[in-house]
Design a protein. Structure first.
Length: 147
């Protein structure tokens, strides 16, 4: 690559990054999709993100493993819908998230941005089903119209 090509590329990169609509903090800190319940609360995400919570009594629970596999196979579906995933596989820790949602065993919970429960499921759901349940929400409908 010659000097002119490097100069042209250096001039274009900031323009391209600016069109992606990232804030300075997001550019410095990459967004983490999956968080442990011991490190966050539902209130941390109120009116900022929709929350998908995956509970299990043990990280080796096959339903938990399947749900996380489904999430990891299509994370872009959640990112597009302003979703953060919280996992809780330690009932003994009695996290604020587990306490608030009263989880027992495996459970998948989807919360709206206002913190209201959209769905509770006792079995893994694929991303298509989760996406559809989110896309039916009034705020999500408004977000789609405004794009």
């Amino acid at each position: 690559m010659n000097a002119f090509s490097r100069l042209a590329l250096a001039a274009l990169v900031p323009v391209a990054l600016g069109t992606m609509a990232f804030s300075a903090t997001e550019a410095e800190e990459p967004f983490t999709l999956i968080h442990d319940a011991s490190e966050t609360t539902l209130e941390d995400w109120a009116w900022q993100k929709r929350v998908v919570v995956v509970f299990a009594d043990n990280p080796n629970d096959p339903r938990f493993a399947k749900q996380m596999e489904l999430i990891n196979d299509r994370p872009e579906a959640l990112l597009d819908r302003d979703v953060v995933v919280i996992t809780d596989t330690d009932p003994a820790a009695d996290s604020a998230v587990r306490h608030k949602l009263r989880a027992r065993g495996f459970m998948l919970v989807v919360l709206a941005k206002d913190g209201s429960v959209v769905i509770r499921k006792p079995a893994p759901w694929d991303m298509r089903e989760i996406s559809r349940s989110i896309d039916k929400l009034p705020l999500r409908q408004q977000e789609i119209r405004e794009r």
